[in-house]
Design a protein around this ligand. Structure first.
Ligand code: GLN
Length: 319
């Protein structure tokens, strides 16, 4: 019998690969030297079956896709209320690197934009001190099912030129949401953005979230399932920056993108999807990644409110 999942993946790839719009991120030189034509797509079920097509072995930096997993770790440490004392859960409607807080709550809008993610880095730094990077790398590695590392040259470049992110760090400190040494949190943020992954890694990490926090291939319990629930909620409402409303309406999959060209989608209790294609649209999302995910959502019925999306409920067993 033909593998329907592989067929749907191949079809999404074939559709999306024709898209050559968009531009590489160019705020640091390292991101401008990647091959713009690379494209990898992988999907892993919550039971651990993997399908892949294209450049699924090409390494790139995780960038903002890390924000979802770092937030999950912060939730485990402080609980949802504790984290919300520092970072909200409202879509900002603005660019990922906007220097702004919610004017009423005086906190970053959400953990999926830079301001919120830097506050989250402060939470992780406070909890793990000098071991914070190691702890994050260990956890991301468990989610990916292999040992991940940092792209040192991307980190150094981010660190040398990250003026906006440093400004956000200063403002967070002024608002009492971060403390000295501010650089410790901001540098941790840069390091976490510089973790190297492949599209296959992203699919495995996404499948770990889809499987209530347990890596479906290794069986490791990586994230607390309550933290996963909160993380997926914010991914659905805020994961695609100022494209989040349209994304949720059209694609309906909790997702997170990064300027390295990575994109994850998580369908609760069903599948994790990982995509890599470095050409970005004006909002910083991978052009091909967005196309492929839209196609997969339509073809496989993965939209959260699709009538055929039935895998995420216990209720059917109670009827
Ligand atoms: N390192 C990038 C930054 O802080 C991450 C942003 C992103 O992927 N959108 O600007």
């Amino acid at each position: 019998m033909p593998d329907q999942l592989q067929i749907a993946l191949n079809d999404a790839y074939a559709q999306a690969v024709t898209q050559t719009d968009g531009h590489l991120a160019d705020y640091i030189p390292e991101l401008t030297v990647v091959d713009p034509d690379k494209f990898g797509l992988a999907i892993m079920t919550a039971k651990g079956r993997l399908c892949e097509v294209g450049d699924v072995d090409v390494a790139f930096t995780i960038q903002s896709v890390s924000k979802a997993f770092a937030y999950c770790m912060a939730l485990e440490l402080l609980g949802a209320e504790g984290v919300q004392a520092k970072v909200g859960v409202e879509p900002s409607g603005d660019a990922f690197n906007a220097i702004e807080f919610d004017p009423i709550s005086r906190r970053p809008y959400n953990p999926m934009v830079n301001a919120g993610a830097i506050a989250v880095a402060g939470i992780l730094r406070d909890a793990f001190q000098g071991n914070a990077l190691e702890r994050v790398l260990d956890r991301f590695s468990l989610a990916a099912g292999r040992k991940l590392d940092i792209d040192e040259s991307v980190f150094r470049s981010e660190q040398a030129t990250g003026y906006r992110n440093r400004a956000i760090g200063q403002l967070l400190c002024g608002a009492g949401l971060l403390h000295e040494p501010i650089d410790a949190a901001v540098d941790l943020y840069f390091q976490v953005c510089s973790i190297r992954v492949t599209a296959r890694d992203l699919a495995t990490m996404a499948a770990t979230l889809s499987n209530m926090g347990a890596n479906p291939t290794t069986g490791d319990e990586v994230f607390d399932f309550r933290a996963v629930r909160s993380t997926l909620s914010v991914m659905l409402s805020c994961g695609m920056y100022n494209f989040s409303g349209k994304w949720t309406h059209d694609v309906g999959i909790p997702a997170k993108s990064g300027v390295g060209g990575g994109l994850i989608g998580v369908v609760n209790r069903q599948v994790g999807i990982g995509a890599f294609s470095p050409r970005l649209d004006a909002k910083g999302n991978s052009v091909r990644g967005v196309h492929a995910m839209q196609r997969l959502s339509d073809e496989l019925g993965l939209h959260a409110f699709e009538c055929t999306n039935v895998g995420s409920s216990f209720v059917e067993h109670l009827l």
